[in-house]
Structures are given as C-alpha cells and as structure tokens.
Design a protein around this ligand. Structure first.
Ligand SMILES: Nc1nc2c(c(=O)[nH]1)N[C@H]1C(S)=C(S)[C@@H](COP(=O)(O)O)O[C@H]1N2
Ligand SMILES: [Mo]
Length: 329
C-alpha cells in the first residue's frame, strides 16, 4: 500500500495548513505531553492537516493515506469532532436513535468480509477485504456530509474512488446503474427484521455518478479504519447526495440495466427519490432543505445555508445538465 511516512506528514505542516491550525495543534500537543499522554498515540497525528480539531483516540488500526489530488476532495472547513462523527449516527440496522449504532455495533464482526461484484460486468469477482484494501492507494478526502434530516458534518474519510474498482471488473454496455447491497444479519443487527425499512438496505447510482472521481469507497475516517457504527469495514460515500445514498457495510455491488429502487424510496416514494442530490431549492415534503445544522456547533448556533449539490456543483453539476431537479429529486 502507498503509506505516507511520518516525514511526509511533517512536511504538510509547513506547506498546507494555516498558521492558526499549526498553533492550535502545537498547543494541543504540548497539553497532551504535559498530561503525560502517550506520545505514540499523538505523534502520528501531529502533522495531519485536520489535526487542529479532535484526533481519533487511536483505538482502531491506523489506515494511512495520502492527501487526495481529486478536484474538490478536500474542503478547508473544520472537520467535525471524532466524538460526534462516531456517536451521532444513522445506521438503522443497529437502531433508530442517533446513539444506538455506537452502542449496539460494538461486537459487530467485520472479519472475514467479502464484497461480491457482479451483474453486467466482464469480470465478476468476490473480493476479500484484504484485496480491496490494496486495490488502489488510500486517499484522505475531507467531505461535507449532509443528511436529508437537515444536519451536516465534515468528515475526513480514507478510501479511493469507486471508479478504481469499477475499472477492474469491466462493465458491459448494458451496465447503466450500480446497485449497492449492505449486510443484513439479524443475529448481529438487532433492528434487521424491524419494519422501519426493507432489508437489506439497498442503494443505487447511475453509472456516470458511480464513475465520478468524488464517489468514494471508504475504508476509514480520521486516519483509522472505519468504526463499526460508521459502516465498517467498507462503505460508500457520495458527498453531493443526501447521506442515505452512502450505504454502509457493503456486501454486494451489482451492475444493472434498470434503475434500482432504494430502500428509502420503497419506504416513502414521495419523500426520497432516486437522485437525492443535495438541493436547497427542493424541499422535503415535511421540511425545508434551505438550511442545515452543523453538528458540533451547538443547538443555538445559526443554521448554515445548504449549498447546491452540497457545494460540489463545480465538480458534478454537468452530470445533471438539462434535468428537472425538482422532478428528479
Ligand atoms: N446500511 C445502512 N447504510 C446507511 C444508513 C443505514 O441506516 N443503513 N443510514 C444512512 C444515512 S441516513 C446517513 S445520514 C449516513 C450516516 O453516516 P455516518 O453515520 O457515518 O455519518 O449513512 C447512511 N448509510
Ligand atoms: Mo441521513
């Protein structure tokens, strides 16, 4: 794998992060050292571009990555605290309260793990997680994440473009859409079987959306492997669409001719469409989508304006040229 050496991270301090961030990080580091915290845990994060906020506690395996060169892949916005990213979750297989996934997924077994890639492809294959981990260089991507419920976060993911995997399996001319199927194991997931949604959780993308370099196959966040509650061991991250399109704990990726029906579309067709592009001008039938609450800013903080395509319009706008976005919501 293409791991960046610590020296590389040091270099990034000088070249890429703001003096304010450097200051904050140094102060945090001094405090940590003074408190007698294990330097081994802190030093690895010292040069991370986003380390001015909260770093991962270091309980999970490290997943080093190089900063992504993909256009638009690294917002300068402050990442949401690790604590919030890993305790305020939507992962209905483990419960419907935001705190449920972190509580109920502690024993979730993610090894062994395979992802079957099949359907309209010349080279279908069942990938072992180890194979997926080394299929392409790991990149860090700091994306905004906007949930359809009206809140948002900024999350530093680790992964690579889904396009890397798609190229390996060589889709046929009939492949027009990609369907993503996630694990549904009632033995491990207490809410699978409940009637909130149809299981397994299914999502889909149009082929050009799946091939877009911003569409990420994610294996980690904050420089470590994914916590179970965030969709370990591998999930999708589509930053310009509402969060529910980013299916967690993937077990199958299927190339198909017809537009797949998402679990959320099945549950409420008039509320959750296939595209689900973030759009401040197209409201949810039950609430406005014009603004959002940024998690971590507190309940009294001013709501932020929601950006067209979640701020990724320069990168993805042309995918929808000429489309009626109110109709194709
Ligand atoms: N399998 C599965 N994937 C899922 C969900 C889910 O309930 N089950 N929830 C979705 C929703 S609504 C959101 S907002 C994001 C949340 O991702 P996060 O908890 O890592 O922030 O995951 C998405 N992926
Ligand atoms: Mo969501």
């Amino acid at each position: 794998m293409h791991f960046l050496k610590d020296r590389g991270f040091q270099h990034r301090i000088a070249s890429e992060i703001t003096p304010q961030a450097v200051y904050e990080e140094r102060r945090r580091w001094i405090q940590m050292a003074a408190a007698g915290a294990a330097l081994a845990a802190g030093a690895g994060h010292l040069g991370r571009a986003h380390a001015q906020t909260v770093t991962a506690p270091g309980k999970l395996a490290k997943l080093p990555a190089v900063r992504s060169a993909v256009a638009g892949a690294n917002t300068m916005e402050k990442p949401t605290a690790y604590e919030d990213v890993t305790t305020y979750n939507n992962f209905y297989e483990f419960g419907t309260d935001k705190a449920d996934p972190a509580r109920n997924a502690t024993k979730f077994k993610t090894t062994p793990w395979t992802v079957a890639v099949e359907g309209e492809v010349k080279k279908p294959k069942v990938y072992d997680l180890a194979e997926l981990l080394k299929l392409a260089p790991m990149e860090e991507r700091i994306y905004r994440m906007r949930c359809v419920e009206g809140w948002s976060m900024v999350i530093p993911w680790v992964g690579y473009s889904l396009a890397e995997l798609i190229k390996q399996v060589e889709p046929t001319g009939n492949a027009k859409f990609v369907e993503f199927v996630t694990l549904a194991d009632p033995k491990q997931m207490p809410f699978v079987g409940s009637r909130v949604l149809e299981w397994p959780y299914v999502e889909g993308l149009r082929m050009d959306e799946a091939m877009h370099p911003l569409t990420l196959l994610s294996f980690g966040l904050y420089g470590e492997v994914l916590p179970n509650q965030n969709g370990a061991p591998v999930r999708l991250t589509v930053p310009w669409k509402y969060g529910f399109k980013s299916a967690k704990s993937l077990v199958k990726i299927r190339f198909v001719e017809k537009q797949p029906t998402s679990s959320w579309t099945k549950a409420a067709q008039q509320e959750y469409g296939f595209y689900s592009n973030v759009n401040p001008k197209v409201d949810h039938p039950r609430w406005s989508q014009a603004t959002e609450r940024r998690i971590g800013e507190g309940l009294f903080a001013k709501r932020r304006p929601t950006l067209m395509f979640n701020g990724y319009e320069p990168q993805v706008g042309q995918l929808y040229a000429g489309m009626d976005l109110a109709k194709n919501f």
